[in-house]
Design a protein around this ligand. Structure first.
Ligand code: NAD
Ligand code: LMR
Length: 325
């Protein structure tokens, strides 16, 4: 019998987790042959709801779910883990930007980062979801120097998936026909959805749509999609976010398909001139449980300018949290 992988998940009684946990427990993240143990963390006030989530997980009788641990003690949650998904944080409401959450949510990531540093496996794979995700990951990384910094990532897969869906609708193709979609930058309205390298059934996507659509409709629609969901739903995206976390981790663990890549926010190593250490969304190829930033792409002036704007926003956010890092 394969040993189970242990996954810590914060904010486990919240909206995102209510769909995501069931996907993980049924094998969506680590595959159909890999048992999992869920180490679920919540604040003390939410432990009652978390117990109800555990009851429902139990009631599904998932063959791959080896154990579910519910705790309000971060040390218990982060012990012996292979991965940690940092979902627990306040969501924004209508009229707010994600960066408006920095003050409230930043403290969660500095304090949980310290515990992670103390007890977690240094090679644990980390995905930060709570907003503003990139800068929260930046705070977490600074507070957890024992953790391999390459393994501290943030979620831009939701933006990547949104971009695929928008392009598929525009050119009337299946989502599976699309390869090499790309999101650069911050998970915010400055993000840069880029179809320069994208193909649709092997043909350049840029030749199938007007440049004005790509620049004036596609980019803002993808970048503002989170706000559009909030306006329509009254609360932020949850099921699509959970699905994107499953995709992010599944790609990292099992690899990206040959001839494709995905978008992940990872610590910049200076690639494409981005300040080292910022958590920036890049195209990555995943293989053997690791990822590499795709190198050598030529960037046109329009995209380069937007990439810089997103970098500048991350630099401003980093400055705003310097007392936490
Ligand atoms: P939610 O309010 O439904 O759930 C958040 C949960 O986190 C709550 O149950 C709360 O008790 C818990 N929590 C708060 N502080 C905690 C702590 N210190 N330790 C453990 N748990 C804690 O919110 P949600 O809809 O699940 O969204 C969670 C976060 O994810 C928000 O910040 C939201 O903006 C963000 N989000 C990010 C993306 C993305 O693509 N990166 C997408 C959607 C939502
Ligand atoms: C999203 O992109 O849907 C999330 O980041 C939630 C939000 O605040 O927009």
């Amino acid at each position: 019998m394969t040993d189970p992988v242990r996954i810590a998940i914060t904010g486990a009684a919240g909206q995102i987790c209510y769909s995501m946990l069931f996907r993980i427990a049924s094998g969506g993240m680590y595959g159909p042959n890999q048992p999992v143990v869920l180490q679920l963390l919540e604040i003390p006030q939410a432990m009652g709801v978390l117990e109800a989530v555990k009851m429902e997980l139990d009631d599904c009788a998932f063959p791959l779910l080896a154990d579910t641990i519910c705790t309000s003690d971060p040390k218990t949650a982060f012990t012996d883990i292979d991965a940690a998904l940092f979902v627990g944080a306040k969501p924004r409401g209508p009229g707010m930007e994600r960066s408006d959450l920095l003050k409230d949510n930043g403290n969660i990531f500095s304090s949980l980062g310290k515990v992670l540093n103390e007890v977690a496996n240094p090679e644990a794979k980390i995905c930060v979801v709570g907003n503003p995700a990139n800068t929260n990951a930046y705070i977490l990384k600074a507070n957890a120097p024992n953790i391999n910094p390459r393994n501290v990532t943030a979620l831009t897969r939701l933006d990547h998936n949104r971009a695929i869906s928008q392009l598929a609708a525009k050119v009337d193709c299946k989502v599976t026909d699309i390869n090499k979609m790309l999101i650069w930058g911050n998970h915010s309205t400055t993000q840069v959805p880029d179809i320069s390298y994208c193909t649709v059934s092997g043909k350049a996507a840029s030749g199938m749509v007007d440049q004005s659509w790509a620049q004036e409709e596609f980019i803002p629609t993808v970048a503002k999609r989170g706000g559009a969901v909030i306006a329509a739903r009254g609360s932020s995206s949850a099921a699509s976010a959970g699905s994107a976390v499953v995709d992010h981790m599944a790609s990292w663990v099992n690899g990206t398909a040959d001839g494709d890549w995905t978008s992940m926010s990872v610590p910049s190593d200076g690639s494409y001139g981005i300040t080292e250490g910022l958590i920036y969304s890049y195209p990555v190829i995943c293989k053997g449980g690791d990822y590499e930033i795709v190198q050598g792409l030529e960037i046109n002036d329009f995209i380069a300018g937007k990439m810089k704007e997103s970098e500048n926003e991350l630099l401003e956010e980093a400055e705003a949290v310097k007392d936490m890092t």
